[in-house]
Design a protein around this ligand. Sequence first.
Ligand SMILES: NC(=O)c1ccc[n+]([C@@H]2O[C@H](COP(=O)([O-])OP(=O)(O)OC[C@H]3O[C@@H](n4cnc5c(N)ncnc54)[C@H](OP(=O)(O)O)[C@@H]3O)[C@@H](O)[C@H]2O)c1
Ligand SMILES: [Zn+2]
Length: 336
Amino acid sequence: MPKIRAVQVSRAKAPFEIVEREIPEPGPESVRIKVQACGICHSDTLTRDGTFPLVEYPRVPGHEVVGIVDAVGSGASRWAPGQRVGVGWHGGNCGYCEACRRGDLFACQTFTGITYDGGYAEYMIARAEALALVPDELSSVEAAPLMCAGITTFNCLRNSGAQPGELVAVLGLGGLGHLAVQFAARAGFRTVAIARGKDKEPLARKLGARNYIDSQTQDPAAELRKLGGAKVIQATVTNGDAMAAVVGGLGTNGTLMIIGAAPSLTISPGQLLGGRQSVKGWYSGTSIDSQDTLNFSVLAGVRSMNEVFPLERVDEAYERMLSGKARFRVVLTMGG
Ligand SMILES: NC(=O)c1ccc[n+]([C@@H]2O[C@H](COP(=O)([O-])OP(=O)(O)OC[C@H]3O[C@@H](n4cnc5c(N)ncnc54)[C@H](OP(=O)(O)O)[C@@H]3O)[C@@H](O)[C@H]2O)c1
Ligand SMILES: [Zn+2]
């Protein structure tokens, strides 16, 4: 049997190990993907550190996967070998558990890189309903970050209630934030980027931000109020204090959309009630949302800015993401 290379975490907080495994066979309603590219998301810390309750070890992380279908299990014949597909965080739904029957597809709790092995590997198995077809206009490296960073910010924006022309702020310019700025700008919102330091300003403006707020030298809430107040703030940062510092910049009926998995957040009720403001969480979406994200990105020219590393340099690649220095997404490629 041919062997494949995969990066696994054998227990919480253990280092990555590059291991050889048997090539996996697709079960019913599943396909095997020859992985070409896999983005490194900050949420991969959930697998690496064991901070997501469902994670079991050993586990291969990675939920921004793009590759070629190379074997199809029974009942998955709508997919065919040779098709280029993407898989995101939502790994599919069984269709018959209580959550699925209520239409809450995420609660089925099939998560790529958490409850089954993900894309830090040369091959992976994915459920048929978890796949999106990748348009020819996008390379695999370009498409991979759209499977989590892209879908999350695009789907959050289009479900936020903001209307074109209104002020949408993006807090944090990392993997998610730099795509959020592009989606908001290309979809016709007055887009404001908020990040730490001056050095990201030129890139933020290039990505479509009309205004840039340096949260280290300016008060982001006061600056947003000067601009009229935000209809929506998409908070992509990992830090609760940074989120709390922008709440005062919401306009009347404005919403803080929380995407970043900060450990805690303190907001005073008085800050919200006077302006009828809301705080709402958002998770990525399902495979049809990924499909929409890929298609919109082609239509509007949204592209992730990537730093590319081969699979064997996974440690360096992951540290680069954690350091906050990556501009802006780190993507692993598998070669061959
Ligand atoms: N809801 C979902 O479905 C979903 C999906 C994917 C990811 N996530 C979560 O979204 C967050 C961002 O993910 P990512 O992959 O974009 O991460 P990333 O590329 O590592 O970017 C991290 C961001 O957090 C900010 N940040 C880090 N430390 C900070 C601090 N001490 N104070 C203020 N800001 C700080 C950085 O802000 P600056 O730009 O100012 O440096 C940067 O924008 C993570 O928590 C991740 O788990 C959620
Ligand atoms: Zn992610």
